[in-house]
Design a protein around this ligand. Sequence first.
Ligand code: UD2
Length: 344
Amino acid sequence: MLENWRYMLIFRSSVFGILVIFMLLMMGFWVQKENVVFPYKNEQTIDWSKTVAEKSKELEQCEKKLLSNTAENKSMGLNTLTPWLAPIVWDGTYDLSILDKQHSGTRIGLFVFAVKKYIRFLQLFLESAERYFMVGHKVTYYVFTDKVDEVVKPKMADGRILQLHNVVADQRWQDVSMRRMEILTVYTKEYMPSEIDYLVCADVDMVFTDHVGVEILGDLVATIHPGYFLSEPESFTYERRPISAAYIPDGEGDFYYMAAFYGGKVDEIYKLSVACQNGIIEDKKKNIEAVWQEESHLNRYLVYNKPTKVLSPEYLWDTNVPYGDLVKKKRFVILNKNNQEIRN
Ligand code: UD2
């Protein structure tokens, strides 16, 4: 009897135990099932091809904003960054109100030669600069001429100074043009460091036709020649004769820069002018002259000392070159002149 009772107890406990284990297993399964199933209540299919297509459209539009979509516009000159990550300044690539604040108090020099018959361009150059060049900032004009008495002083805004300096009138126009480098080596060392922070060098046979402001300032700044902004380096008119100090071998060089507008911090322009002037002297000793005089030496310098900022052809436009429609703003424009007449 006692034996039966013990078996009954063992049997009942076992059944109870099995039931408990079964219930626990069921609960575990339920919990697991719920955990697994709950986050994926409804199965969702993502259309990856659509998402990828939408993204590439967005990227394409983004690229279009920077470059227009023709083959030509893939050219380096239409980019907004150089391969060494210096900005190429185009309209819309900067916020002037931020830059103006950053440059409050900055002193800027504008260096120009108006020698012999080129004096006729000076009045328009200065008056247009008063209207468009660094408006609201401190500006010193450094005018070098052999005709100080003929200079017509423009009406100038507060904070702007006109300095007139006498300079020798070389006989050949090429020598007048190159003389600028020699003068720069002296002034950027002796006088300008205490007078200005940045220097901008310009040709005089030019007119400012739109805003040119502090967006152009940088350590070393050069402007893309409007005739070459769509061209490949092989067609640039660099000095190609190895005998010249301005020589640039095939395969080297990024842009063709124009000597009619460049600039930078005063000490950078000092280094640039010394290098170019030394090149000019070396060539003179060999009785040669670089194909585009100081512009060739400038280009050589800038191949091996990359500018920290590059100005698009907005900042140097020539109405005689094609593709003007690609350059919406023409801020500093070359005047047409009769070279034969003016250089004699
Ligand atoms: C190109 C470049 C110029 C320079 C030159 C060198 C342009 C717009 N400019 O100019 O930067 O590299 O080639 O070959 O293409 N000047 C005088 N009196 C003179 C002669 C020259 O003041 O008798 C000054 C003046 O500031 C003039 C500058 O030198 O703007 C350059 O001379 P250019 O304009 O006659 O030379 P150009 O047009 O070939």
